[in-house]
Design a protein around this ligand. Structure first.
Ligand code: F0G
Length: 352
């Protein structure tokens, strides 16, 4: 049994342009599809979590980045740029480093989680904070890379990103031996829902699977342009990863929803935080807040009768909980240290 070779090597014949590539890889992909017994009990469905926080930089972005940076390498690019709410910047920084490229990231000032900033710093990215939100950063990144074509744009508007990210659908079908009935995932810039839908359609078109899932795209209520049907000019949510008002892959997301008979939903910050805590405390999987939006949306859809019992459901949890320690510790009371004394421990455990 050989080890997982990274997703370009694993799915080379299904990734555009990859035939001759020597991949820039950190052995991303091959993430576990973890059964979620508590969520299954709550919904009467067979629920699985696709745990994307176990990728090399702790999010699904690595799937897109191995392909985007490998492609940039073969195009002779020496520098890449992205806009990011955090995870894309960490991933771009890591893969650019592997490729020996320069990486610069445009991030919305004060609105990215601590762990992501720490990653971008350690992985050697040139970090540029912008007095604006993600949508401003992306517009800026597009202008800069259009004016200076020697710098590659590695946001999901780069088709190579979508090619990489679609492999998550392949992995799910490979493990289940079929496509799920419903696939829930958080939606921000909408690249990932576009990619998943492409992956599912490709397996279906080639007869590897015999059905397509309904796609359930979940946005934060304060940043829900696809739910509202119009861009949001001042998106706000505690789930900073998806604090996005003008998704670049709007059409891809709409197609996924409509072609699959799926839905978009909004989850409030309270619902997101409740799902965030539930997944950690009841499934043993620590995800970042944005990732829990998929679970929040699934639970709400169940309550409203959108989800028949007995279905096979996959929830993508997109990023690792370690990315955002501040939100994890939110409202935690100041802890008093105890004496080095077994009686004191017993007392804490209410055994004495
Ligand atoms: N979940 C997490 C943890 C994310 O970081 C993102 C996007 C999404 C979900 C939404 O995915 O944009 O493809 O719809 N993060 C981007 C970033 C915007 O800059 O890291 P999407």
């Amino acid at each position: 049994h050989s080890r997982w070779p990274g997703l370009i090597a694993a799915y080379r014949d299904r990734i555009a342009g990859a035939a001759e590539w020597e991949p820039v890889t950190l052995y991303e992909g091959g993430t576990p599809l973890v059964p979620a017994p508590h969520l299954s009990e709550l919904t009467g469905c067979d629920v699985y979590l696709k745990v994307e926080g176990l990728n090399p930089t702790g999010s699904f972005k690595d799937r897109g980045m191995t392909v985007a940076i490998t492609d940039a390498k073969y195009q002779g690019q020496q520098a890449v740029l992205c806009a990011s709410t955090g995870n894309t910047s960490a991933s771009a920084a890591a893969y650019a480093t592997r490729a020996g490229m320069t990486c610069a990231v445009l991030i919305p000032q004060g609105k990215i989680a601590m762990g992501k900033l720490a990653q971008a710093v350690m992985l050697g990215a040139k970090i540029i904070q912008v007095d604006g939100n993600f949508d401003d950063c992306l517009e800026l990144a597009r202008k800069v890379t259009s004016d200076f074509p020697s710098i590659g744009l590695v946001n999901s508007v780069n088709p190579a990103r979508i090619e990489g990210q679609k492999t998550a659908s392949f992995e799910i079908c490979d493990v289940l031996g079929r496509a799920p009935d419903v696939h829930a995932l958080p939606v921000g810039n909408a690249g990932n829902i576009t990619a998943y839908w492409r992956g599912y359609r490709e397996y279906y078109a080639d007869g590897i699977t015999t059905q397509l899932p309904r796609m359930l795209g979940v946005q934060a209520a304060g940043a829900a342009p696809l739910v509202n049907g119009a861009p949001v000019s001042n998106p706000e949510t505690i789930a900073t990863a998806i604090r996005i008002g003008a998704p670049a892959s709007w059409n891809g997301a709409m197609a996924a929803k409509e072609e699959s008979g799926g839905a978009f939903r909004a989850a409030t910050d309270d619902e997101i935080l409740a799902a965030y805590r539930l997944v950690a405390a009841h499934e043993g999987v620590f995800v970042e807040p944005a990732s829990a939006a998929s679970v929040a949306g699934l639970l709400a859809a169940h309550k409203e009768g959108w989800l028949d019992s007995g279905l096979t459901v996959v929830c993508t949890v997109t990023g690792n909980g370690l990315k955002d320690p501040d939100t994890a510790l939110l409202g935690m009371p100041q802890v008093q240290a105890i004496a080095v004394d077994p009686v004191a421990v017993a007392h804490e455990l209410e055994l004495a």
